[in-house]
Design a protein around this ligand. Structure first.
Ligand code: FAD
Ligand code: LAC
Ligand code: ZN
Length: 465
């Protein structure tokens, strides 16, 4: 869309949210214009911070009237460039961070309604204080928002137990590109009255609507947690034992893998001591969560699987909450440690479980064939077949390695994004793992809901051929 002169639009936006919430000063805009990795950045006409659904609707309507794109942004922890302005185009960043109310937890039904800009951590705190918990957890919990998590259908560290964000959404309220508000919040657990907005918007990455409220189903809070870090000779053993643990342990909450290179990066960045006396090639972090009565039986089961396994080289078991946090830090701090080493190329892929090991063996060759000096750091949610492929030492604007890795994934019947989404980073590769019919149908939905292309143009869908 061709933007008109910005001034009347800025005045209109100031009239809606107040001048103090229309950020035009470059220093104030800067944190909203660059993504978490530093790889994606652009310039916004303004950053607008509405505080209610009515204000979101009015902002979207004003931008649509002025033919200026709207870029929805929550916590700006996305890793595919979908929530920041793109180079060479103008748009208004609509920040949802002021939509951060967290309603009272309904303790009998285990539900909570929160603003789309509420950070996950705040919702977790509220849920836990009421005897419940959120079924999704991410290392970005202090900043990532519920709206962003629905828009990306976030995964995270508890998918192996509870599934992805979509599974936990009872209902959403959202503003469409014409400024109309759809959805119902609070919603009902069962409501078969046609298409569900939560389903339509999960994974839509800000291209179909701005989510304003989320009604979340909580899970029971489990007070008995056990965390173990296990070292192995190779990733094949990690993958094998991960499958066995899934089949054996009903209390399994997390199954996360990392490798020697990633651990070294984390230790260099954080100063943490080595978890074991020796270094090992591959690591598995296991967390169990259950009720106090079942805890002993479950930890015995874990111990007996580990004892039976010839590949186990060392095991560290957390003795208390602080010990658990120490073991988790080796895994959770991978993303920040990688960022600290340079601007990474981040790929986030899923493989069928039986191709996971083969992928980790082939991907180093794929990267080295293009850039022999690049550093490859793999880690991820092994219980979901999800590997995060991070490559350091590449030109941020050259996607040759990214493309080759995603082609390898496609050739192995995987997906080019497990949980981070497509954003602007992977839209040219979308056709590698979605069919022409899929993309045509997604394009038709986009056109029906946003015919003028107001919401997040350039994200998710490839340019028409
Ligand atoms: P943003 O980054 O602000 O936006 C992401 C996308 O959603 C953009 O396309 C944006 O336009 C859109 N969007 C945001 N809010 C709305 C809204 N209200 N309505 C419509 N569209 C909206 N992701 C995982 O899935 N699993 C992980 O384990 C995980 N771990 C992470 C760890 C770290 C340290 C970091 C930095 C990131 C991690 N992420 C992970 C990625 C990220 O946190 C998730 O994608 C999260 O869902 C993004 O939420 P956000 O509020 O920051 O969204
Ligand atoms: C994680 C992010 C990168 O799993 O998805 O830490
Ligand atoms: Zn992840």
């Amino acid at each position: 869309m061709g933007a008109m002169s910005p001034d009347p639009l800025l005045r209109a936006l100031e009239g809606i949210v107040g001048a103090v919430h229309v950020l035009v000063d470059p220093a104030l805009r800067a944190g909203f214009e660059s993504d978490w990795t530093g790889r994606y950045h652009g310039r916004a006409l303004a950053v607008v911070r509405p505080s209610s659904t009515a204000e979101v609707a009015a902002v979207v309507r004003a931008c649509a009237d002025a033919q200026v794109p709207v870029i929805p942004q929550g916590g700006n922890t996305g890793l595919v460039g979908g929530g920041v302005p793109r180079p060479g185009s103008t748009g208004v960043v609509l920040s949802t961070r002021r939509l951060d109310s967290v309603g009272a937890v309904d303790t009998s039904s285990g539900e909570v309604v929160a603003g789309a800009g509420a950070p996950l951590g705040a919702v977790q705190d509220a849920a836990r204080a009421a005897g419940w918990d959120v079924g999704v957890d991410l290392a970005s919990r202090d900043s990532a928002t519920l709206g962003g998590m629905v828009a990306t259908n976030a995964g995270g560290e508890h998918v192996v137990r509870y599934g992805r964000m979509r599974n936990h959404v009872i209902g959403v309220e959202a503003v469409l590109a014409d400024g109309s508000t759809v959805g119902r919040v609070p919603a009902l657990r069962k409501d078969a009255t046609g298409i569900e907005w939560a389903g339509v918007l999960a994974g839509s990455e800000g291209t179909l609507a701005v989510i304003t409220q989320v009604h979340l189903a909580l899970v029971a809070r489990l007070d008995a947690h056990a965390v173990a870090l296990v070292a192995f000779d190779d990733f094949a053993s990690v993958a094998r034992i991960a499958g066995e643990l899934r089949a054996t342990l009903p209390s399994l909450l997390a199954l996360e893998a990392f490798f020697a290179g990633g651990l070294r990066r984390v230790r260099d960045h954080t100063g943490l001591p080595s978890p074991f006396a020796d270094d090992w090639p591959a690591y598995l972090l296991v967390e169990l969560a259950t009720s106090a009565e079942d805890a002993a039986r479950e930890t015995e089961r874990l111990a007996s699987v580990l004892d039976r396994h010839s590949g186990v080289r060392a095991t560290a078991v957390a003795e208390d909450e602080a010990g658990a946090a120490r073991l988790w830090a080796y895994r959770d701090r991978h993303t920040e440690a990688i960022n600290a080493a340079g601007v990474p190329h981040k790929l986030d892929v899923t493989l069928p479980h039986d191709r996971l090991v083969e992928f980790t063996e082939r991907v180093p060759g794929t990267v080295a064939a293009i850039e022999p000096d690049a550093e490859l750091v793999l880690f991820g949610h092994v219980g979901d077949g999800n590997i995060h492929v991070n490559v350091l030492g590449l030109d941020p604007d050259d996607a040759t390695v990214d493309h080759a890795v995603l082609q390898l994934v496609a050739s192995m019947h995987g997906s080019i994004s497990a949980e981070h989404g497509i954003g602007i980073a992977k839209r040219r590769e979308l056709a590698l793992t979605r069919t022409d019919a899929d993309i045509a149908a997604m394009r038709a939905i986009k056109h029906a809901l946003d015919p003028e292309g107001v919401l997040n143009p350039g994200v998710l869908l490839p340019d028409p051929r």
